[in-house]
Design a protein around this ligand. Structure first.
Ligand code: PMP
Length: 404
């Protein structure tokens, strides 16, 4: 992989922060955007902007085609059987809330939903809200000290009461890659459906929803080089057809009278109102960018970055890592003895280095480790070993300053 050529496609990487070249290690929060995505959004607003699906005029038809082409590009990339199984949402959070509300309508008091100890708040809270609404029960797969799910405990949680299992593919706080194929097979064996939170996956690994055989797969555009405010909920046709609509409004209807409304077919049934058209088209461009890469090479490069950074950080006295799973990618969470993560993050920023500090929207993980938060460096395909050297040198300057 020619990293310099890839970097040249991301204009922000040439920016300076506090007069220092930007080192962007906050990719778990959001990724930067290549010119192809930025240009595609600009072109849409400059040349094609119109509302979609309803217009007979040329611009409306062009905008509709561009939006639906984006859906087709995403369908191909994630290996969905049908393009109408790809629903546009605002992002991962929105997709999970859609399922919790709509699939949740099919559940009854006493039914159980299984999540895991390493979920992002957006894969915890919607299920708690559903449990309150419907009298369902939330069960949690425990996690060991290395940040790996205890799958033997998961086996024990499964029962005929289990209706849905919702787990993250890759942990945003720890980098753990979960064995979702195992989880899906086991859940299906007792008739439960499975939702995979893919917010941290598609930018790192090739995902194929049919091979996984998951029932739902959710992700956010902004974490895979696309715009904010757009994401995808993949759902199997058969299940989506059983689910009631999430929101009512334009586009999701077939016919409306004051007495009764009939609903539109997929995907429109779940896409009420004018969508984020530019976002969808921009997300299509982000997937085209991903398609221009060999995802095996991407993973290899990111794995090298992870190994190199881990080895270099290990040399720092008083460092403690959180998340040492055997299967792990792109994320390093750590603390340095006696230093507050916020102070470290603030001083790193002064040196042009962007990392995230805090609980990363995974407070239960922090509670398990009895810490308020971590310093998290999260890598993307455009990061380099040289940037890691800058990061390590900066830490070696900061530590004595803060310890004095
Ligand atoms: N799940 C995971 C694993 C995440 O990393 C994130 C974002 N940090 C989310 C869900 C929520 O994504 P969004 O804020 O884009 O909806």
């Amino acid at each position: 992989m020619d990293i310099q050529s890839i970097r040249s496609q991301f204009p922000i990487l040439a920016e300076k922060i506090h007069g220092k070249p930007l080192v962007y290690f906050d990719n778990g929060a959001t990724t930067q955007k290549p010119l192809s995505v930025i240009q595609r959004i600009s072109d849409y607003y400059s040349k094609e902007n119109a509302n979609i699906h309803r217009g007979v005029h040329t611009l409306s038809q062009e905008a509709t085609t561009a939006y639906e082409n984006a859906r087709n590009t995403i369908q191909k990339h994630i290996g969905a059987k049908e393009n109408y199984e790809v629903l546009f949402t605002k992002g991962t959070t929105d997709g999970i809330n859609l399922v919790a509300f709509s699939f949740g309508e099919l559940l009854n008091a006493g039914d159980e939903i299984i999540i895991s100890a390493m979920e992002h708040h957006s894969n915890i809270v919607p299920w708690q809200m559903l449990c309150e609404r419907k009298g369902c029960k939330l069960r949690v797969i425990p996690m060991n000290e290395k940040g790996e799910l205890e799958l033997d405990q998961f086996d024990k949680l499964l029962s005929d009461k289990t209706k849905l299992v919702a787990v993250t593919h890759i942990s945003n706080s720890l980098g753990t890659v979960n064995d979702v194929k195992y989880i899906i097979e086991k859940a299906h064996a007792i008739g439960a459906k499975v939702l995979i939170d893919g917010a941290q996956s598609i930018q790192h690994i090739q995902v194929n929803v049919q091979e996984l055989d998951c029932d739902f797969y959710v992700f956010s555009g902004h974490k895979l080089f696309g715009p904010t405010g757009i994401g995808v909920l993949y759902g199997k046709e058969e299940i989506l057809n059983q689910m009631p609509p999430y929101q009512g409004g334009g586009d999701m209807i077939k016919e409306v009278t004051f007495e009764k409304t009939t609903y539109n077919v997929l995907p429109h049934k779940f896409e009420a109102g004018t969508p984020n058209i530019a976002g969808g088209i921009g997300l299509g461009a982000a997937f085209e960018f991903l398609n221009s890469l060999d995802m095996k090479e991407v993973l290899k490069h990111e794995q090298e970055l992870l190994d190199y950074a881990t080895a270099e950080l290990t040399k720092i006295e008083g460092i403690k890592f959180y998340g040492e799973a055997k299967e792990k990618t792109s994320v390093i969470s750590f603390l340095i003895d006696g230093l507050h993560p916020y102070d470290v993050g603030t001083l790193l920023d002064k040196m042009g280095i962007a990392v995230r500090t805090g609980h990363h929207c995974t407070q239960p993980i922090m509670d398990q480790f009895c810490i308020p938060g971590t310093i998290r460096a999260s890598f993307a395909l455009y990061n380099t070993k040289e940037e890691i050297d800058v990061f390590i040198a900066a830490l070696n300057r900061i530590i004595p300053m803060l310890k004095d």
